[in-house]
Ligand binder design. Sequence first.
Ligand SMILES: Cc1cc2nc3c(=O)[nH]c(=O)nc-3n(C[C@H](O)[C@H](O)[C@H](O)COP(=O)(O)OP(=O)(O)OC[C@H]3O[C@@H](n4cnc5c(N)ncnc54)[C@H](O)[C@@H]3O)c2cc1C
Length: 431
Amino acid sequence: MLKQALECVVRNSKGIIPSSSRRCMRRKDLCTKTHTEVARERAECVVIGAGVVGLAVARELSLRGREVLVLDSAPTFGTGTSSRNSQVIHAGIYYRSDSLKAILCVRGREMLYKYCSEHDIPHKQIGKLIVATGTSEIPKLNNLMNHGIQNRVDGLRMIEGSEAKRMEPELQCVKALLSPVSGVVDTHSLMLSLVGEAENYRTTFSYNTTVIGAHIEGNNICLHVSETKHLENWNGRSLLHPELVLIPDLVVNSTGLSAPALAMRFDGLHGGVIPTAYYARGCYFTLSNTRIPPFNHLIYPLPEDGGLGVHVTLDLDGQVKFGPDVEWIEGIDDISGFLNRFDYSVCANRAKQFYPEIRKYYPNLKDGSLVPGYAGVRPKISGPRHSTADFLIQGEEIHGIPGLINLFGIESPGLTSSLAIAEHIAARFLR
Ligand SMILES: Cc1cc2nc3c(=O)[nH]c(=O)nc-3n(C[C@H](O)[C@H](O)[C@H](O)COP(=O)(O)OP(=O)(O)OC[C@H]3O[C@@H](n4cnc5c(N)ncnc54)[C@H](O)[C@@H]3O)c2cc1C
């Protein structure tokens, strides 16, 4: 698989070293220090990670005429955080106004609605109500409204509890902030469309392919690439052997939860520029035995430390889910992270904490109606009780390595922002 994909790059690309003149290097020259010879290939652009952000970046680069190779450790695209989220198209309310999160969320939302309409991706602009369930919460709601206005979110309106109840009879609140531009999207269809478009523009995908490290040679970053199957039974002690060294002109580290851990394996990248990774698990419960969803809008409480609060999300097929909560968890070792071995189990007992949270705004929630759904892990670069970090998009001007772009802390609203992150990268780094 790995070899086939790379042969394909060799065939298609202008700037690739022809196979006949491939050089070999001795692994003792690599940071992994072994003695076997390793084949080397040049590539124009390599995107590591086929989540929604990596896919959007690959599509954007290929639309701009670049030869792109996407590598992912998993057997297909979108198996990480991109398939473990709320699927909400965020308006852009919550984030500091000069932050990348605010700018890229607002721009990304506009781009996403347009993209979904033009490519028949299932989506719906159903609107959202952020609710204050007691008078003490009203100042925080006012702050959110001000943030939203500063961020140029259109159509925001503060409404009284009585008007909110007319819109949503099951809802209990004293005031609500109505955001008409919020919505939901079928993330899998979105990713499938991005893959298709990128392939049409000659992006090559190599799944089951893990980047295990890199080293720097002159102005080049040299990626150490291995087939995932060789890592699956790794004992954690022996040296890891790359099967290929890939030398791209441009490389985008879009590995989500693993981005800091992978960057730590880039020999020559100064450790001081790599942020500490924090992980916040979020579990979802679905509402059982409900033919008619109790709500028509997304319903959000006020945000909490680490997340947006246990909210109501409506799938496009009408399923109602509540979540995600916030549970700070320890990291796992880097190779396990590359293989996505995070704990995604949802313990039924957690429902005990969900009922009182949800009943603050949905008092008629029946006992026994919540069933475990799924979980996701937020790829954070700020920890508990820290102020929330912005997206961190690092290029040569930060770390000094030509052609390397690291994407750190691409948590929510990363799905909403994906197309704008790609546009931002192309505008900032393509010459
Ligand atoms: C609980 C939760 C709810 C969320 N809700 C929303 C929401 O409603 N709206 C919104 O806008 N955002 C939301 N988000 C955020 C959004 O899901 C993410 O920002 C987005 O999915 C990140 O995509 P990604 O491509 O950066 O990462 P991922 O989807 O995690 O993709 C990373 C890829 O890298 C691959 N990989 C890892 N290591 C390696 C390696 N060494 N070599 C090769 N490949 C590797 C993985 O296999 C994976 O496919 C939520 C996040 C969470 C956790």
